[in-house]
Design a protein around this ligand. Sequence first.
Ligand SMILES: N[C@@H](CCC(=O)N[C@@H](CS)C(=O)NCC(=O)O)C(=O)O
Length: 235
Amino acid sequence: MSDITLYEIGVADGSSASPFVWRIKFALARKGLAYRSEMLGLTDIPKLFDGRFATAPIIDFGDRQMNESLAIADHLDAAYPDRPAIFACAAERAMVGFFDRWLLQLILTHVLPIYMLDAHDGSTLKDRSYYRQSREAFFGRTMEAIVADRDERLPELRRAFDPVRETIAGQAFLGGQEPNFADMCLLGLFIFIGTIATLPPLVADDPLIGYVERGLAAFGAETVSLSLNLGEKAA
Ligand SMILES: N[C@@H](CCC(=O)N[C@@H](CS)C(=O)NCC(=O)O)C(=O)O
């Protein structure tokens, strides 16, 4: 039995849905490290480890508990140097720091106003009122008001992925022939969207669908595509 426990965020259908947790699931797969999964709700996070952590993923190595996906990825490379690297070099790690900020500041800002109510409706019953209250407090409006014009906003989100489309026209992944941590971050985001979306994030012939499928296959996570279903939702 593994000494590693990964605390994930489960939604109502039992799927693991946090984009940040998926980064670490992929990183653990890259390292070939087995782990135990504990599925949490967002409202369970403060109950763990004396409330030391406010966000998931949380990982328990037995002798050490951590959160923050990039810090966890760094630790995995430091603690398991003989296993395949998550970051090939310091320069790649530095670029991934930039990529993480780009994803949060320029992509997630388009994703949440479109998919927030879906995320609420897809969440576990115990999380729903917390999810609504915390997100509505942050945005200063009801979720229904935030997503009201989401059909008109969707083209903007789809366009925001153009730099990725152009990049993968010439290579399999952002990392080149193999996915790197930037891919793990982006794949995690698509899993989040694809798990909860009731509005198709991508059109059926979008090359990003093949990219996501390739990415999942690279980490042995093909079964996730069943819940992703990007292509069918886009039909
Ligand atoms: N910077 C963090 C962000 C993690 C994060 O925001 N996780 C969300 C789940 S997707 C969370 O735990 N939110 C807590 C909450 O909403 O109360 C990381 O990279 O790990």
